[in-house]
Design a protein around this ligand. Structure first.
Ligand code: ADP
Ligand code: MG
Length: 346
């Protein structure tokens, strides 16, 4: 299946770069790269992976160290992207899908993503459903000439989903019954961002900012111990900002109906599906999650988007009380609803 670069991701990248210039005190790329007041050198780049423009800023104690961190970040991200690319027949994920009920012994990383998917399917009452690969193919949202599928085709997918099982026995992952396709699109980018941040920390990096189109993760603080200032894209006018928040050592992940979609007869059909109806979830415009890990933020932003402003908000408040996540919901009238611990600045 054809994949097209994500234009909104490019817009988001622009927004973030502008923001960095305006608020985060980052240096424009053309200026000399350091050292700053703390003796750190900046390496700033962007690359393309997982259908998204990923921009990053990493700092090191020398120009060379900063560049090495950049290489490590790109390598880590690209490795996870390759592993979870279900449109590449040689990827580990495609091998799991090909093995079906036979099962396949998977890498520690794929295992961890599968465990997360299994756990959060339960905790989100089925809203998080990674076995909807063939439903997603049927809708073909990012592909050529997408159309609303026939009702009978959607019903057949719902029937398939009702029997779908993802099972882990030790490190052996199986997908059943035949025809069910595992799709890690709602967790892989967050997981890759976490893996990149972990690799950087282990290598000794003290400060970094990674923006993977709707998934922002930071290490350390800005110069002088100041918090990062991160812009929130306005779901109504994605080229504008709906607000800013300040954070450090956290991940900020957004799922929205404006990221990847087509329109038919005046209705917008986007890429986040309600496993109960087989149609794109339509209870919200966007969900932004602030969490320790980008993988969790990625899972929750998708799942809470599906669950909607009542059931989703209830779960979000519970997660807030457990210290796992804070959430901002953008409601159908574009007003916002936040969990009790959402950071003040909006
Ligand atoms: P993005 O990664 O584009 O920012 P999401 O994290 O919300 O957005 O992931 C959307 C992708 O997740 C879809 O393209 C599809 O592959 C998959 N997906 C869609 N609906 C669900 C769902 N209810 N549960 C799990 N995965 C989903
Ligand atoms: Mg997600």
């Amino acid at each position: 299946m054809e994949r097209k670069p994500n234009r909104t991701a490019a817009a988001l990248l622009l927004v973030l770069l502008l923001l960095c210039g305006l608020f985060a005190g980052c240096q424009p790329a053309a200026e000399p790269a350091g050292p700053d007041a703390e003796g750190l050198y900046l390496c700033e780049k962007s690359f393309f992976a997982m259908d998204t423009y990923i921009s990053y800023r990493v700092w090191g104690t020398s120009e060379e160290e900063a560049k090495d961190y950049g290489v490590l970040l790109e390598e880590t991200f690209t490795r996870i992207a390759g592993m979870t690319d279900r449109f590449d027949p040689d990827s580990e994920l495609s091998k799991v899908n090909a093995a079906g009920s036979e099962g396949l012994a998977v890498s520690a990383e794929l295992l961890e993503m599968a465990e997360l998917a299994i756990d959060w399917k339960v905790r989100t009452n089925g809203a998080f459903q990674v076995l909807l690969g063939s439903l997603s193919d049927l809708w073909n949202i990012g592909g050529e000439d997408p159309k609303v599928p026939e009702k009978t085709a959607i019903a057949a997918e719902l029937q398939k989903l009702s029997e779908a099982r993802l099972t882990l026995r030790g490190s052996v992952l199986s997908v059943e019954p035949e025809g069910v396709i595992l799709d890690l699109g709602a967790v892989a980018k967050g997981y890759a961002a976490d893996a990149a941040a972990k690799a950087l920390r282990q290598a000794g990096c003290k400060r970094a900012l990674i923006d993977a189109g709707g998934t922002v993760i930071t290490i350390g603080t800005k110069t002088g111990g100041q918090l990062w200032t991160i812009g929130l894209q306005d779901p109504k006018e994605p080229q504008k900002l709906a607000g800013i928040i300040e954070s450090a050592d956290k991940a900020l992940v957004t799922s929205g109906d404006y990221q990847r979609y087509f329109e038919q007869d005046g209705t917008r059909y986007h890429h986040i599906f309600d496993p109960e109806t087989g149609y794109p979830a339509n209870r919200l415009h966007a969900v932004t999650v602030l969490a320790e890990s980008a993988a969790l933020g990625d899972i929750l932003s998708t799942a809470l988007f599906v669950m909607g402003p009542e059931e989703g908000y209830q779960l979000a408040c519970q997660l807030s009380s457990e210290g796992l996540a804070e959430v901002l919901f953008t409601l159908p009238d574009y007003s916002q609803k936040i969990t009790p611990g959402w950071p003040g600045k909006r």
